[in-house]
Structures are given as C-alpha cells and as structure tokens.
Design a protein around this ligand. Structure first.
Ligand SMILES: Nc1ncnc2c1ncn2[C@@H]1O[C@H](COP(=O)(O)OP(=O)(O)OP(=O)(O)O)[C@@H](O)[C@H]1O
Ligand SMILES: [Mg+2]
Length: 286
C-alpha cells in the first residue's frame, strides 16, 4: 500500500525529547552575571551573592559554572562535593537532559553548583550549525528551575555562544565592573548584547544593574570621575551597593571557601550580604 505524502511527513517529524526529571515546586529567578571584560569580579560576585542568599535568605540556590576556566569550582573547591556529568553534555544533548541531573551539593546548606567543565571551551564548535544553539541552556533549565529559588550563572569574559546562552536563559542580568574607563567601555558592549538578545531570543530579559566592584577608596578622584561618567551614561542602572577592595575575598578563594566560611566579619562579607538583600528585592519586584 502506498503512503500519502502527509503520512510520510508525519513519520519523519522528529520527536520532542522526553525529560526524565520530575518537576519540583519552586520557581527560580535566573540571574546572569556577565561582563565582556575579564577580572571584573563576575565569579566573586556570583559565589558571594549565591552563598549570602542561601545562608541568610534561606533560599535554595544553584550556581552554574558556565566558564571553561571553572573558577567557581576552583574558588569553592573545599566546599563542593564531587559530582558526575558535565554541563557541555547537557547543553549539547537535544533537550532531554536537565542541568539538575549534574548538580552537586556544597558544605553550605541550600547552595548547589554545576561541576567544573573545561570542555565548555569547545562547546561553541560542537553546537555550530545547530539552529537555536543559543537556547540550549534555557531548555536544560525548564524543569531545573522548579527545584530552586535562585539560579546564578557565572559567565566567561566574552560575548560568545556561552554568554548568549546565559542571557537567553536569564530573567535578569547583573554586570560587574571595576571603576575604570576601560571597565565602563566593557559595560557598554554588554548592554548592546542584552539589547540584541532581547530582540532575538528573550524579550523579557531585564537589567538588574551595574555593580561597581574592587572599588579602592584611595583612588577617590578616579572613582568620582568614573562614577560620574557611568551615572551620565546609565543613571538608574548603577546599583546603590558597591563592593570595595577587600583582601579577604581573594584569600577566601585561595583557601577554597566562600567568604562567609572564611571570614564572616570581613567588609567583603558584609557588602555582598547587602547586595544579596538588594538583589532579592529587585528580583521579587520583576
Ligand atoms: N572586591 C574584591 N577585593 C579584592 N579582590 C577581589 C575583589 N573581587 C575580586 N577580587 C579578585 O580579583 C580577581 C578577579 O576576580 P574574579 O575572578 O571574580 O573576576 P572575573 O570577572 O570572574 O574574572 P574572569 O573574567 O577571569 O572570569 C580574583 O583574583 C579575585 O579574588
Ligand atoms: Mg570568572
């Protein structure tokens, strides 16, 4: 018997991948921490904000280590329990796997992370040619987000496929920058990328704000000039909380611990707690 054209097309339609993960009863906000420039405090902000939110706001928080440098895992190595699977496997799968299937717990109650994945470096090549490659992470968070209150994505220092995936999956984006003219230029680049992502992939993506980090009080004149420049350019986007230079933050990473385990009385610990409260309020308002 000959098959009609309609029946044969139906036979060839690819099936939507089946997910085996069961839904939870939460509804996470997804926050991308992104900047075009390196060394501006993305990882320090991702981790300190996430651990402050888990510890003091009693939320269930996941940090996605989307940088092939794996700095989240390096900086927390004494507190992360070893886990299997990798983010690049999850993102190159065609939608059946979920990020939740590879997350690991940490010594901090309520704080979870994805395992270190240097193979993310070549993920861009593996995804090339795939339609909708910028939406791989969003798809892999569909059910995962029902298991958390907050998901923080630590992005690599560029605007490539990985960062575009983070922006496409996020509800909001936070841009850390140092108080320098070059830092300001990097923020402008990212603001343009956010506009592109809104147009093509994620119309609801909102800007949580620009966070000044590693502010050195000894450079008062430069700080004032840069602050003025940023205020003129972005006004409302500049967050009222700033993070000062604080050795305890970099020392905690050398020790492999979050700042609240390493030195809970440090200035960095207090400022990131203040930031966590501000972020929680802004995310609730969205
Ligand atoms: N407020 C701070 N005070 C002192 N040192 C800091 C502060 N914030 C970050 N650092 C240090 O500065 C360096 C860069 O910070 P971090 O790794 O967070 O930046 P990043 O933007 O994630 O960098 P990359 O682009 O390489 O991923 C690290 O050694 C970190 O310990
Ligand atoms: Mg980093």
């Amino acid at each position: 018997m000959r098959m009609s054209l309609g029946a044969s097309l139906r036979l060839h339609r690819p099936e939507a991948p089946k997910k085996s993960l069961r839904p939870g009863n939460r509804d996470a906000r997804v926050l991308a921490i992104a900047a075009q420039k390196g060394g501006v405090g993305k990882t320090t902000t991702s981790l300190s904000l996430a651990s402050a939110t888990a510890r003091f706001c009693e939320q269930r928080v996941l940090v996605i280590d989307l940088d092939p440098q794996c700095h989240v895992n390096l900086a927390m190595r004494d507190q992360v329990h070893v886990g299997g699977g990798s983010l690049s496997e999850v993102m190159s799968d065609k939608g059946g796997l979920e990020v939740e299937e590879i997350t690991t717990s940490t010594e901090v109650d309520g704080l979870f992370v994805t395992p270190p994945d240097p193979q993310l470096m070549t993920l861009e090549d593996r995804l090339s040619g795939r339609i909708g490659k910028e939406l791989a992470l969003k798809k892999a968070l569909e059910i995962t987000r029902t298991h958390y209150d907050l998901i923080v994505i630590d992005c690599p220092p560029n605007i490539g496929t990985l960062t575009l995936n983070a922006l496409a999956a996020a509800d909001q984006v936070l841009i850390p920058t140092t108080a320098t003219a070059l830092g300001a230029a990097g923020v402008s680049g990212l603001i343009e990328a956010v506009a592109d992502v809104r147009e093509h992939y994620n119309p609801d993506l909102a800007m949580l704000g620009v966070l000044l980090t590693r502010v050195d009080g000894r450079n008062a004149r430069t700080n004032d000039a840069v602050y003025q420049l940023m205020d003129d350019s972005w006004g409302d986007l500049l967050l009222p909380v700033q993070i000062g230079v604080n050795d305890a933050l970099s020392q905690s990473q050398l020790a492999g611990q979050d700042i609240y385990a390493y030195d809970p009385t440090s200035r960095g610990a207090a400022q990131y707690r203040e930031l966590a409260e501000l972020v929680a309020t802004r995310l609730r308002e969205q």
